[in-house]
Design a protein around this ligand. Structure first.
Ligand SMILES: CC(C)(COP(=O)(O)OP(=O)(O)OC[C@H]1O[C@@H](n2cnc3c(N)ncnc32)[C@H](O)[C@@H]1OP(=O)(O)O)[C@@H](O)C(=O)NCCC(=O)NCCSC(=O)C[C@H](O)C(=O)O
Ligand SMILES: [Mg+2]
Length: 301
């Protein structure tokens, strides 16, 4: 069941832009921006009295000019709310690439949605993303991920929501996210065990470029595949920090070349420029180069 973390990401998810479905102007902008994925939000960025209008906006958006070349995810309201069932009907009608469930507490939250989608969509045609943003969600991250990977299930990606988590725990927003790091790493560990992706939380101060850069660097170093974004200005730095750098690509290519040398045949460990390199590093290097190729092959928005 578990896949090698080095090969877990077959999709680019460096920049995952959230767009309130109530805002047609922002929806229109998604065609022109260079993010890897778009979350169309029906949940917390849409006021209760505007949910119907937001669904209509999305219906129009999907039928008038479908979004190309980006993963399309719809964030619904929880099934236990007054809005969840109508949101799910919309998801089933529109067929995005994934549905994002908010405030997932336990495995059942994911399997319930999986069951609802089972008749209409094959697992690969409509996947499930889960927001981990409650204390129970963090505590259950491994169980949620494990249950989501059972045959027929469609869980593909976890997204951390620190605004809700801070609200529930009282941990304030601070540079470096010191007290939150153990919880963030718990999510990364859970997805790594089952070959999924994790997306780092939004950074609210969208005019604070330095703060955002620092958080992207930290998120990448922690093992996140990308970052959830709230503003188009965050896309370019997220793509840069979560994509492989020129040095990383050169290093990966050197490892691939070294193992391709006939002198390395039958060797599991070699000396590459004074550093021990094993075949597990080759797997990582191939994954990195694969990602770099996906990025180069991406059509500009
Ligand atoms: C935060 C904002 C309300 C700021 O909006 P605004 O004041 O309009 O910003 P700007 O004037 O700088 O905008 C410049 C232009 O860019 C467009 N724009 C802005 N944001 C987006 C966007 N997200 N997607 C597409 N386009 C966007 C504006 O329309 C302007 O265009 P134009 O008028 O033509 O020049 C706003 O950025 C915003 O609403 N952001 C998204 C909020 C959101 O999605 N919230 C939900 C996700 S956060 C979350 O999930 C938290 C999580 O659950 C947790 O618990 O942590
Ligand atoms: Mg939230």
């Amino acid at each position: 069941m578990s896949r090698n973390p080095a090969t877990r990401s077959t999709r680019l998810r460096r920049s995952v832009l959230s767009v309130p479905a109530i805002n047609p102007r922002a929806l229109e902008k998604t065609h022109a921006v260079d993010c890897d994925a778009v979350i169309f939000d029906l949940e917390d960025s849409v006021a209760p009295e505007k949910k119907v209008e937001a669904r209509e906006n999305l219906r129009r958006f999907f039928s008038d000019r479908p979004l190309e070349n980006k993963e399309r995810i719809i964030r619904i309201n929880g099934l236990s709310t007054d809005f969840g069932s109508a949101d799910m009907e919309l998801v089933t009608a529109l067929g995005p690439d994934a549905v994002l469930l908010p405030k997932v507490d336990e495995p059942q939250d994911v399997t319930d949605i999986s069951d609802l989608l089972a008749e209409a969509y094959a697992p690969d045609d409509l996947r499930i993303w889960a927001m981990i943003e409650t204390p129970r969600g963090i505590l259950n991250a491994a169980a949620i991920t494990e249950a989501g990977r059972t045959p027929g299930s469609r869980l593909d990606c976890l997204v951390v929501g620190l605004n809700d988590l801070r609200k529930e725990t009282g941990v304030p927003a601070q540079p470096g996210r010191g007290y939150l790091v153990p919880w963030l790493m718990q999510v990364v560990l859970a997805v790594s065990a089952y070959g999924l992706d994790a997306i780092d939380s939004v950074f609210n101060d969208f005019r604070d470029e330095q703060g955002f850069d620092a958080e992207c660097r930290q998120g990448r170093a922690m093992g996140f595949a990308g970052k959830m974004l709230i503003h188009p200005a965050q896309i370019e730095p997220a793509n840069r920090y979560f994509g492989p750098s020129a040095e990383e690509i050169a290093e990966a290519e050197a490892i691939i070349t070294a193992f391709a040398d006939p002198a390395s045949a039958g060797l599991n460990v070699i000396n590459s420029g004074g550093r021990m390199v094993e075949r597990l590093h080759l797997v990582q290097a191939e994954a990195l180069v694969h990602k770099a190729r996906l990025i180069s092959a991406r059509k500009p928005a």
